[in-house]
Design a protein around this ligand. Structure first.
Ligand SMILES: *Cc1c(COP(=O)(O)O)cnc(C)c1O
Length: 405
C-alpha cells in the first residue's frame, strides 16, 4: 500500500511549484514574434520585474538558468583580470566565485562556512587592505539555498560605504526574490541576479540581471562582455528582438506574465509575511522533533539569520535520505537533498535534507509536508521528540490571528 497517489508536491528549493495559472498561460499556440500582442506583453513585464526587485533602474532578461544569470552578470561587470571579492556562505556563493574565476576574474574569497552569515568585520578588514581600490565588485548571496542562511545585504552595503570603498555590490537573489524581503535600491545594491524557477513560480529557463545606472557606467568598458550576454540592448531595446538577442522565449514569458500578476495581486509585503510564517512553522516542527533527539537540528541556529523560502536541517545519516525516500514514495512529497553539506559518496551525505516553502505554497502544503515527515519518522523508527505538528499549527494559527482585524 502507498499513500503517494494524488497530486505530487515537489518541496525542493527550486524548481518550485508551478501554479496552474502559470501553466495555463503557457498552454497556447505559438505567437507572432514580429509584431502584435507579444511585444506589448513583454514591454509590460519590465516595470513589474523592476517592482519585484525594488528598483527603478534597469533589467535584462536572459534565456538561462541561475548559472547563466551569474555568468551574464560577470560578463557585464568585469574585464579579464579585474578583481572581485566574493562573500561565500554556502555552495552557491562558492559557485558564483567559481564562475567568475573561470571567466578570468581575479577572485578573492572570504568563506564564512556552512552555518554563518557574512561577518562585517572581516569584510571591513578585506576592504581596508585593498588600499589601491582594486576590488571592482563585492559578490554575495542573499539566501544561500544550500545552507539556508540569509545575509544582511543592507549591512554589507554599510560596511562597504564605511570603508570608503567604491566597490559595486552584486547580490544573488535566486532563492529569495519574491520570498524574502528585498529592496535593491533601498539597500544600495548595484546588481541583482535571479532566475524564474523559484519565488517567481515559472519553469526554469529565464535569468534576470537588474543593474543600476551607476553599475552600467562603471562597467561600460567590461571586456568579458559578448554580444549575446550584453545587458545594454536587452534593457533598452531599439527593436523587439534585442530584448532576447534573437527569438523570444515566448511561452516562458506568458508564464512569467501570469506569475507577476499573481505577485502583484497578493502584494510583496503579504508574500514576505506568508513565507516568514511558513518558515517559522517548519522551524517549530524541527525544534520539537529535536527535543531529546540530538541527531535532529536546523542548520542555522539563530532564527534571525535563516532564509524564509528554504530550511536546511540534519537528521542523522542515513535517516535523512531514508525519510526523503519515504515521503516521496509513500506520501507524494519530494523533499530537497542536503546540498554541499557532504559529497554524495560520503555516508554523511545521507544525514541532511532541505524543506522548501518557496513560491506558490500555502499552509496546507507546508503543514501537510510536516505531517508526512512525522509519519515517515514513525514508520522508519527515526527517534524524534513529540509535539511538532501542534507547534507548527500554532505558528500558523497565531500568525493569522495577529494580522486579522
Ligand atoms: C538555485 C540557485 C542558483 C542556481 O540556479 P540554477 O538555475 O540551478 O543554475 C544559484 N544561486 C542560488 C542562491 C540558488 O538558489
Amino acid at each position: 500500500m502507498s499513500l503517494g497517489h494524488g497530486r505530487p508536491y515537489l518541496a525542493i528549493p527550486g524548481p518550485s511549484v508551478m501554479p496552474d495559472r502559470v501553466l495555463n498561460a503557457m498552454h497556447r499556440a505559438a505567437p507572432n514574434i514580429y509584431e502584435g500582442a507579444l511585444h506589448e506583453m513583454v514591454d509590460g513585464l519590465v516595470p513589474d520585474l523592476k517592482a519585484v526587485a525594488g528598483t527603478r533602474h534597469n533589467v535584462a532578461i536572459f534565456i538561462a538558468n541561475g548559472h547563466g544569470a551569474w555568468e551574464a552578470a560577470n560578463a557585464n561587470m568585469f574585464s579579464r583580470g579585474d578583481k572581485a571579492l566574493v562573500l561565500a556562505t554556502g555552495r552557491f556563493g562558492e559557485g558564483w566565485a567559481d564562475s567568475a574565476r573561470r571567466m578570468g576574474v581575479d577572485v578573492e574569497m572570504l568563506n564564512f562556512g556552512k552555518q554563518s552569515t557574512v561577518d562585517p568585520a572581516q569584510l571591513a578588514a578585506a576592504l581596508e587592505a585593498d588600499r589601491a581600490h582594486e576590488i571592482k565588485a563585492v559578490l554575495v548571496t542573499h539566501v544561500d539555498t544550500a545552507t539556508s542562511v540569509r545575509n544582511d545585504i543592507a549591512a554589507v552595503r554599510e560596511t562597504i560605504d564605511a570603508a570608503g570603498h567604491p566597490a559595486l555590490l552584486a547580490v544573488d537573489c535566486i532563492a529569495s526574490l519574491a520570498c524574502d524581503e528585498y529592496h535593491m535600491d533601498g539597500w544600495g545594491v548595484d546588481v541583482t541576479v535571479s532566475a524564474s524557477q523559484k519565488g517567481l513560480m515559472t519553469p526554469p529557463g529565464l535569468g534576470f540581471v537588474w543593474f543600476s545606472d551607476k553599475a552600467q557606467e562603471r562597467c561600460a568598458g567590461a571586456d568579458l562582455r559578448t554580444p549575446y550576454w550584453d545587458w545594454g540592448p536587452r534593457a533598452a531595446p531599439q527593436q523587439f528582438y534585442q530584448y532576447f538577442s534573437g527569438t523570444a522565449p515566448t511561452h516562458h514569458l506568458y508564464g512569467l506574465r501570469a506569475a507577476l500578476d499573481m505577485i502583484a495581486e497578493e502584494g510583496l509585503p503579504q508574500i514576505w509575511a506568508r513565507h516568514a510564517t511558513l518558515a517559522r512553522a517548519v522551524w517549530a516542527a524541527f525544534e520539537a522533533w529535536g527535543q531529546g533527539a540530538p541527531d535532529i537540528a536546523l542548520n542555522i541556529a539563530d532564527p534571525a539569520l535563516r532564509g524564509h523560502a528554504v530550511t536546511a536541517a540534519r537528521l542523522g545519516a542515513p535517516q535523512a535520505s531514508a525519510l526523503r525516500k519515504w515521503t516521496e514514495t509513500q506520501a507524494g512529497v519530494t523533499l530537497g537533498i542536503g546540498l554541499g553539506m557532504a559529497e554524495p559518496n560520503d555516508p554523511a551525505y545521507h544525514g541532511f535534507l532541505r524543506v522548501a516553502h518557496m513560491g506558490h505554497v500555502n499552509a496546507h502544503m507546508t503543514l501537510g509536508a510536516l505531517a508526512v515527515m512525522e509519519a515517515g519518522m514513525q514508520a522508519l523508527g527515526i527517534p524524534h521528540g513529540p509535539g511538532a505538528l501542534e507547534a507548527a499549527a500554532t505558528v500558523a494559527a497565531e500568525a493569522v490571528a495577529e494580522t486579522a482585524g
